[in-house]
Design a protein around this ligand. Sequence first.
Ligand code: FE
Length: 194
Amino acid sequence: MTPDFQSLTQANIVEFIGDVFTRRGDEEYLGEPVTMAEHMLQGAAIAEAQGESEEIIVAALLHDIGHFTSEFGTFSMDDTEDRHHEDAGAELLEQFFPSVVTDCVRYHVAAKRYLCAARPEYFGLLSEASVHSLNLQGGPMNDEERTAFAKNPNLEDIIKVRYLDEAGKDPDMVTPGYEHFAPMVQRVVDRHCG
Ligand code: FE
């Protein structure tokens, strides 16, 4: 039987996430030419091809898992599609994953706002849908927000995952499925949980 949100453990979290990928992955990624699963698998596959660490690959793979908030027992009828999906994802993951992974998830929206302020060329990478949500998310950071954000010890990795987020929107890219990454996800969990 598939584990439910209330009874997650180090031994079943990887299967739980795989089940979410299987049942919900075909949903559209609002305004993008890829499904949610394709989007996250593409980010992970690109990270793997670039030789990134397993933590970065896994962070890219799971960065949008919070879009499926109804799976995590935190769903409210007042929730809109995109409301705090980064927080919902980080809350699920922080029980089992190291802070570098959860920070990359928790701050991937903030990272877009940061990069739009800090790196002028970054804005050009954004998809139309991402520009639209940028405005809903508060637009580019101001100087004060930027300075505060840059203090995060995982800043470099957070930015890396944000670029992988942008890269994973290719309608023609073929990637391995979740099962390819599952053993790696388990290794990251086991290293953290011991
Ligand atoms: Fe994303």
